[in-house]
Unconditional design. Structure first.
Length: 234
């Protein structure tokens, strides 16, 4: 049902002469991409290939982005020992700690860039090269249960602060340094009623009473964001 719905919406925009101002896409979980590291080996889950191919052709034709929900936190938790914490949090690395794609020899200083490039590589395998990746969700939980020791306020603050700095640097990714993805932080408020694990309720920059969970360590607009719920962009 997805592709016909998207085409129908696009036809309505064309009829209203709004198709160049409003783009249509749909977000995807990162697990639609298999074998994401090294990025050059990544590929789309073949069970959804018929839909993905149609969607990517539409996105290419309409100059629309591929929306991806990319969480280095989950990548780290699922691959502890292989994915270093410092790489997941955008911390400064010595060259010896950078992740290297053996096929392209590209060096990755953070996990998010590697996840984004795995999407670009997956599209390249399908001969799609003109669709940009839009990160519709990313973040780090500030609290977890006993099985989630890395869900802490300090790690959440470090991740989101460094994420904003990285995006504002406009440095792109190793595979596409000329493109910097737009990124949406998940999320503005904690969701107190979310079910277990504990981390599910604790992704927000603010508590439900609008007080900040932590103050982002970012100069200028980043700090303003953490203190003012009326300004939600960076």
């Amino acid at each position: 049902m997805l592709i016909p719905a998207i085409e129908s919406l696009y036809s309505a925009l064309v009829a209203s002469i709004l198709h160049t101002q409003i783009k249509i896409s749909t977000p995807h979980a990162a697990n639609i991409i298999l074998d994401p590291f090294p990025p050059s080996q990544a590929y789309f889950n073949q069970t959804i290939s018929p839909v993905i191919v149609q969607l990517l052709k539409f996105l290419s034709r309409t100059n629309s982005p591929l929306m991806m929900n990319t969480y280095p936190y989950f990548m780290f938790m699922q691959n502890k020992g292989f994915v270093p914490l410092d790489n997941s949090l955008f911390k400064p690395l010595t060259p010896s700690k950078e992740m290297v794609d053996p096929n392209t020899l590209l060096h990755y200083t953070n996990v998010l860039d590697a996840m984004i490039d795995s999407a670009y590589s997956s599209m390249k395998n399908l001969n799609i090269s003109n669709v940009l990746v839009l990160v519709t969700e990313t973040g780090w939980p500030s609290k977890g249960d006993s099985k989630e020791p890395y869900a802490t306020i300090d790690n959440a603050n470090t991740y989101n602060s460094n994420l904003i700095k990285h995006i504002l640097d406009r440095s792109g990714t190793p595979f596409h340094p000329e493109f910097t993805s737009s990124v949406y932080v998940y999320e503005l408020f904690n969701e107190d009623l979310r079910s277990s694990p504990v981390s599910e309720a604790n992704w927000g920059l603010f508590y439900a009473n609008s007080t900040p969970v932590y103050l982002l360590h970012v100069s200028g607009r980043g700090e303003f964001l953490a203190n003012d719920t009326t300004n939600q962009t960076f």
